[in-house]
Design a protein around this ligand. Structure first.
Ligand code: ADP
Ligand code: MG
Length: 390
C-alpha cells in the first residue's frame, strides 16, 4: 500500500489532491501484558503494517470520512455536534475513532481555532480486531494528520494521549496508554520501553534481522466475547489487591517481596493475578537487559514464561493461542507468547530467520488438525512510529 495510492483514492472521492498523507503503525507487545493499568512496564514495538490517512482541511466545520476498509461510503459529521454521549453507531461505528480524535483535540482546548474541519480517507494493512491495535493506528494517524495540518504544536506523548482519550472517552473502550504510545513514539529497529507511571520512554535496540532472527506474528483470527468483561474484572481485581496491600498500584510491589505479599492475600484468585503482574514487570526488566546486551535469543524463554503466567495465573489465554505458542516452540522457536489483551488475537514467536517456513507450516497444520480456522502468519521487524508520508 503506497501513499500515492491513498492520495489517488482521496482525489477520486473528494475531487482534489489531499494536502498530505500520514501513517501510523499497528503494534505488538514483546513483553509486559496487563501491566499498564498497574502502573507497570511494557515493551511494545511498531509493526511494518500501518494505517494511512490522506487529509485536507475544510473551512465549513464539517468532517468527511471514508475508509477503503469498511464498505460505508463517505460519512459526514458536523464538528459542532461531536458528542461522546452520541457517537456514530452501527456499520458506521468505525467513524467514532477519527471523530473521537477531532473531539479530543477540540476538548483539550489546544490552540486549534480556527479548526474548520477536514476530509479524510483511511486505508490500512493492519488487520482489524487481531490484537495488533488497528484502532490506535487509526487514531494516531488521524491525530498526526490533523495536528500537522492545523499547525497544532504537540509532542509525540501528547499525541498518544489525545488518541487514547478519543478511544477512552469517545469510543468508550477503557484501554491503557501502551497502544497509542507505541504507534506514536516507536522507532525502527527498537522496542519501546514504556514506564506507564510517568510515561518515561526508552528506545531499546532490537535489530532482529542483524541477529539472524525473525518475529512471527500469528493472528489466530478468533475473538472471544469474554474479552470486555474479563478485562474489567482483571483490572478491578488488581486495584483491590493493591489496596489490600496498602500500595498505590501493584507496580509498587517489588519482585523480591512477592512471596511475603502473597501470604497476606486470602483469595487464591487474587494471589494468582498479583503473581502475574509482579513477575511480568520483572520479565520486562530482564528482557530489556538482554536486548541491551545483544543477547536476543535468551529473551525467548522469558516470553514463554510470560505466556504460562497469562494462561495459568491471569487466565486470559484461549485454546487457539495456547496451540499457537506450544506448536511454535515445538517447531524450534526460542520462545512464544500470546500478545495483547487475550481471549484471541495474536501470538508472537521469536525464531531463527531460516526457521520461518518450518514454524509457520507447523502452526498452520496444527490449527487444521484441531479444526480451527487457518491462522494468518506474518514475519515482523520493529518498524517506525507515526510519520508523514507525503
Ligand atoms: P484492534 O485495535 O485490536 O485491531 P479494536 O476492536 O480495538 O481491535 O479496533 C478495531 C476497530 O477499529 C474496527 O472494528 C474499526 O471500527 C476500527 N478500524 C480499525 N482500522 C480501520 C480502518 N482501516 N478503517 C476503518 N475502521 C478501522
Ligand atoms: Mg484496539
Amino acid at each position: 500500500m503506497t501513499a500515492t495510492r491513498t492520495a489517488d483514492a482521496f482525489r477520486r472521492l473528494y475531487g482534489s489532491a489531499p494536502e498530505g498523507v500520514w501513517a501510523a503503525p499497528g503494534r505488538v507487545n514483546l513483553i509486559g501484558e496487563h501491566t499498564d493499568y498497574n502502573d507497570g512496564f511494557c515493551l511494545p514495538f511498531a509493526l511494518p503494517q500501518r494505517t494511512q490517512v490522506a487529509a485536507s482541511r475544510r473551512t465549513d466545520g464539517m468532517l468527511r470520512l471514508h475508509s477503503a476498509d469498511v464498505p460505508s461510503g463517505v460519512l459526514t459529521l458536523r464538528l459542532a455536534e461531536l458528542d461522546p454521549a452520541r457517537p456514530p453507531q452501527g456499520p458506521d461505528g468505525w467513524a467514532r475513532y477519527p471523530a473521537g480524535v477531532l473531539w479530543a483535540l477540540l476538548d483539550a482546548g489546544l490552540p486549534v481555532s480556527p479548526l474548520g474541519g477536514a476530509d479524510l480517507h483511511v486505508s490500512s494493512d493492519v488487520p482489524a480486531g487481531a490484537g495488533l491495535s488497528s484502532s490506535a493506528a487509526l487514531e494516531v494517524a488521524t491525530a498526526l494528520a490533523l495536528t500537522d495540518l492545523y499547525g497544532i504544536p504537540v509532542t509525540r506523548t501528547e499525541l498518544a494521549a489525545l488518541a487514547r482519550r478519543a478511544e477512552n472517552a469517545y469510543v468508550g473502550v477503557p484501554c491503557g496508554v501502551m497502544d497509542q504510545t507505541a504507534s506514536a513514539c516507536a522507532t525502527a529497529g527498537h522496542a519501546l520501553h514504556l514506564d506507564t507511571r510517568g510515561l518515561a520512554q526508552q528506545h531499546i535496540p532490537f535489530d532482529c534481522a542483524a541477529a539472524g532472527l525473525r518475529l512471527l506474528v500469528i493472528d489466530t483470527r478468533v475473538k472471544h466475547d469474554l474479552a470486555d468483561g474479563a478485562y474489567a474484572e482483571r483490572r478491578a481485581s488488581c486495584h483491590e489487591a493493591a489496596a489490600a496491600l496498602g500500595l498505590p498500584a501493584l507496580r509498587d510491589l517489588p519482585y523480591a517481596d512477592l512471596d511475603a505479599a502473597l501470604a497476606r492475600l486470602g483469595d487464591p484468585v487474587q494471589r494468582r493475578r498479583v503473581r502475574h503482574v509482579v513477575t511480568e514487570n520483572e520479565r520486562v526488566v530482564r528482557v530489556e537487559e538482554l536486548l541491551r546486551a545483544g543477547r536476543l535469543r535468551e529473551a525467548g524463554p522469558l516470553l514463554t514464561e510470560g505466556h504460562a503466567s497469562l494462561r495459568d495465573d491471569y487466565e486470559v489465554s484461549c485454546p487457539e493461542l495456547d496451540l499457537a505458542v506450544a506448536t511454535a516452540e515445538a517447531a524450534g522457536a526460542y520462545g512464544a507468547r500470546m500478545t495483547g489483551g487475550g481471549f484471541g488475537g495474536s501470538a508472537l514467536a521469536l525464531i531463527d530467520a531460516d526457521a520461518e517456513a518450518a514454524v509457520s507450516g507447523a502452526v498452520t497444520q496444527a490449527f487444521a488438525r484441531a479444526g480451527h480456522r487457518p491462522p494468518r502468519i506474518t514475519a515482523a521487524a520493529p518498524a517506525a512510529g507515526a510519520h508523514r508520508l507525503e
